[in-house]
Design a protein around this ligand. Structure first.
Ligand code: ASP
Ligand code: MG
Length: 418
């Protein structure tokens, strides 16, 4: 039994969906397909939701999402009476009804109900297309399997219930046919939809693979495999052929965008290999991530944009004490700031985190009485994992560096975005 996860780029238009069918054709045997929203649909739905929440006209943005899905679908199904069209229509009707009756309280719960729709649309279209292409296939509502708590936008999985559901409801289906389901989503015991965090479909693939005891998980991407640098920002990246779970977890933690950081742990716990492969060159081996012992790897360059550097100083010429730090950490945790890098000196404490204007405002309000608080936004955080002196020189050349840190294996710097 294998699990394939197809990301947004792999289903972004009609030819891409056809290509997915070709890949599936080449892999006979029990298969679960976990699919993300098509192209940039999740961003588009976030925008729709934001308009609705701000009581602005969301209809033009929603119309775009709708047109995109209809046009794509019309290129896949020549019969305009095909049931897929009615399914799409009922999804969009449900979205509109929800938005028209959006409760006045701002809540991430409503975000999840709307933004999750991208995966329902993509999985329905892919399912009907595979059936039309002659596959024996079934569509599964992942909320019947993946059980989570109510931490909206970043729901936590109830592993025991989820594993039981998957064993009882999904495993028997997979004996008969291919099953297509949604990434990124879960459901609560009160039948509300949750999302697992942006880019969370990889994690969904891992949850299913873990609970099924799958032979492998394959993530199909628009790059050749796990690269040592993002080709959008670095020339001639190197592809790793094989890499350990441990190295991968660390790189994902530092922000390597190729894999969602939560993906690895469930796979490693059951020794399930993860393949990262290109949907453009499906015959190529890509990268395998598994229990492996390898020599030191080629340095990996990881770039995280939209960073800010917060610094906290004490007001009374004393030092930043452990007690001060605990106040700062508490406030950061409460506001769900993730610390990407930190540094302590006698009179100040600095933290690099993702920039978020609203939450920064709240942080400032909470801490300004006790601390002198500054921040710089518009920054980049670079990490080199397994650095060499050459790689550091290459990276730092010409940059205005605000903070720099190194351990035995990792070099990090914060600099201005140019
Ligand atoms: N569609 C979701 C997102 O864009 C989940 C994913 O693609 O992994 O965040
Ligand atoms: Mg993705």
């Amino acid at each position: 039994m294998k699990v394939f996860k197809f990301g947004g780029a792999s289903v972004k238009d009609a030819p891409a969906v056809k290509n997915v069918a070709t890949i599936v054709q080449q892999h006979p045997g029990p298969l679960l397909i976990v699919v993300s929203a098509m192209g940039k649909t999740t961003n588009a739905l976030e925008e729709v939701f934001q308009h609705a929440e701000n009581r602005q006209d969301y209809e033009p943005a929603l119309q775009q999402v709708e047109n995109y899905h209809y046009q794509l679908t019309a290129q896949l199904f020549s019969d305009s009476q095909h049931p897929v069209f009615a399914r799409l229509q009922s999804q969009f009707t449900a979205i509109r009804e929800y938005l028209q009756n959006l409760p006045p309280n701002r809540s991430d719960e409503h975000y999840d109900q709307i933004v999750s729709q991208g995966e329902f649309l993509s999985s329905l279209i892919l399912y009907y297309y595979l059936v039309q292409s002659g596959f024996s296939a079934e569509w599964l509502d992942c909320r019947d399997c993946i059980c989570t708590d109510c931490s909206w936008r970043e729901a936590r999985v109830d592993w025991l219930t989820t594993e039981k559901n998957i064993q009882n409801k999904l495993a028997p289906l997979l004996e008969q046919q291919i099953v297509i389901t949604q990434g990124f989503l879960g459901g609560t015991t009160e039948n509300r939809t949750t999302t697992l965090g942006r880019e969370g479909s990889d994690f969904s693939g891992a949850i299913f693979a873990y609970c099924l005891g799958a032979e492998s998980l394959t993530i199909w991407k628009d790059v050749a495999g796990f690269l040592n640098a993002d080709p959008k920002f670095f020339l001639n990246p190197h592809k790793y052929d094989e890499i350990s779970y441990q190295e991968t977890v660390e790189m994902a933690y530092y922000g390597a965008s190729v894999i969602h950081p939560k993906t690895i742990k469930p796979l490693a716990n059951r020794h399930i290999p993860l393949y990262v492969k290109s949907f453009l060159q499906p015959q190529e081996p890509g990268t395998v991530i598994k229990d492996s012992k390898h020599e030191k790897l080629v340095p990996a360059f990881i770039r995280k944009a939209n960073q800010c550097l917060l610094s906290f100083g004490v007001r009374d010429f004393t030092f930043v004490s452990e007690r001060n730090l605990s106040v700062i950490f508490h406030a950061l945790a409460e506001l769900r700031f993730k610390i990407n890098l930190m540094q302590n000196s006698a009179i100040s404490f600095s933290v690099c985190t993702d920039y978020d204007a609203d939450r920064l405002q709240l942080l400032q309000e909470q801490l300004q009485e006790q601390f002198i608080f500054h921040y710089n936004a518009g920054l980049l955080l670079y990490t080199i994992k397994n650095y060499t002196e050459d790689s550091i020189n290459h990276l730092t050349n010409g940059k205005e560096i605000l903070l720099e840190q190194r351990t035995r294996s990792t070099f990090q710097l914060v600099c201005r975005e140019k």
